[in-house]
Write a protein that binds this ligand. Structure first.
Ligand SMILES: [Zn+2]
Length: 331
């Protein structure tokens, strides 16, 4: 049993309370590689932002949970080395699908876990969420739960259809589970293809324009749970310049589309205090690597193409922190 406190990590309680009050959101960036970790820490330190580093099931399968935990511990030390004496870094389990998994992560030093029972019947979701919350709170670990279903594919999490969160359920759910934050479904979705062309309109240049998020549902939920931390999953914006670079250098991502950043900026000002971004980092990395290898066909040292990939991710993370979420200068 390792406590996250010994590793220099923090839970989300205080940072969410400040974010809700301050009208900004904390970035939750997924990571599975050293380069992503370095880019996240560099961006957070340079912008003086708190940050959530999150680990999905796919990340655990790819990199191993123990290695990722040591990387998060390394992230804290790295932030100090970069000149940030008291970094606020959360190590969060993304989409935990069982009590046992959440417990394992808490026992190995995670400071926050998500239990996602959104695909279960309502009462079953409450029952297991409650069980996770009891164990987590005994170790001062914070818990995110989910109500409503997001469409899209993210690692092993996938659903063909979405169901908006029902505002009439949120008080009962939050009270009975005791969760610290609530992931809701208001039209965001997982992956780089958040909407089909049929769900979108086209602007004058022929680019797809996605349907707007359901801000009415968000505002109703806020009214039911004033000041309660709300989380948005599936909130990459799928920057078209990265998609264009990928396609220009041999990729094939037709009609990849995300959530417009203006809408995420708007959501950040509300009770939304955690915004999950994963696909944008994948796109930034892939675009830089494709471009580098196309322009330097004779190079084969991974450091040569991973360096611009890391720089491109860092640039994206800083942009999100400063221009979309507003979490800069909040340490
Ligand atoms: Zn998610």
């Amino acid at each position: 049993m390792v406590s996250y406190k010994e590793l220099g990590l923090v839970n989300t309680r205080e940072m969410f309370a400040k974010a809700v009050k301050g009208g900004y959101a904390i970035p939750a960036f997924n990571f599975n590689t050293m380069e992503q970790m370095q880019a996240i820490v560099q961006a957070a330190v340079e912008t003086k932002s708190p940050v959530i580093m999150q680990v999905s099931k796919g990340a655990r399968n790819y990199a191993n949970a123990t290695i990722l935990r040591y990387m998060a511990q390394g992230a804290v030390e790295y932030a100090k080395e970069l000149g940030c004496p008291n970094p606020q870094i959360v190590l969060h389990l993304d989409h935990g699908d069982s009590f046992e998994l959440c417990k394992d992560c808490i026992d190995m030093g995670f400071s926050s876990v998500m239990y996602d029972g959104s695909s279960l019947p309502y009462e079953e979701n409450i029952k297991i969420s409650r069980q996770v919350v009891e164990y987590a709170h005994a170790h001062d670990v914070t818990v995110e739960c989910e109500l409503g279903v997001l469409a899209g594919v993210e690692d092993e999490v996938s659903s063909a259809v979405s169901h908006y969160t029902k505002p009439e359920e949120v008080i009962d759910f939050a009270t009975r589970t005791g969760c610290d934050s609530l992931a809701i479904s208001i039209g965001t979705s997982h992956g780089a293809y958040k909407f089909t062309p049929a769900q979108c309109t086209r602007n004058a240049e022929g680019k797809l324009v996605p349907p707007p998020l359901a801000f009415d549902v968000l505002h109703e939920i806020e009214k039911k749970l004033p000041g309660f931390p709300i989380v948005l999953h599936g909130s990459s914006s799928v920057p078209q310049e990265e998609v264009d670079t990928i396609n220009q250098y041999g990729g094939k991502l037709p009609d990849a589309i995300g959530i417009p950043e203006e809408q995420l900026r708007e959501a950040s000002k509300s009770a939304v205090c955690k915004i999950n971004i994963d696909s944008d980092s994948r796109l930034a990395m892939t675009a830089a690597i494709r471009k580098y290898l196309a322009e330097n066909p004779g190079h084969f040292d991974p450091r040569q193409y991973l360096k611009p990939a890391r720089e491109n991710m860092k640039k994206m993370y800083i942009h999100k922190i400063v221009n979309v979420l507003g979490s800069n200068d909040k340490l």
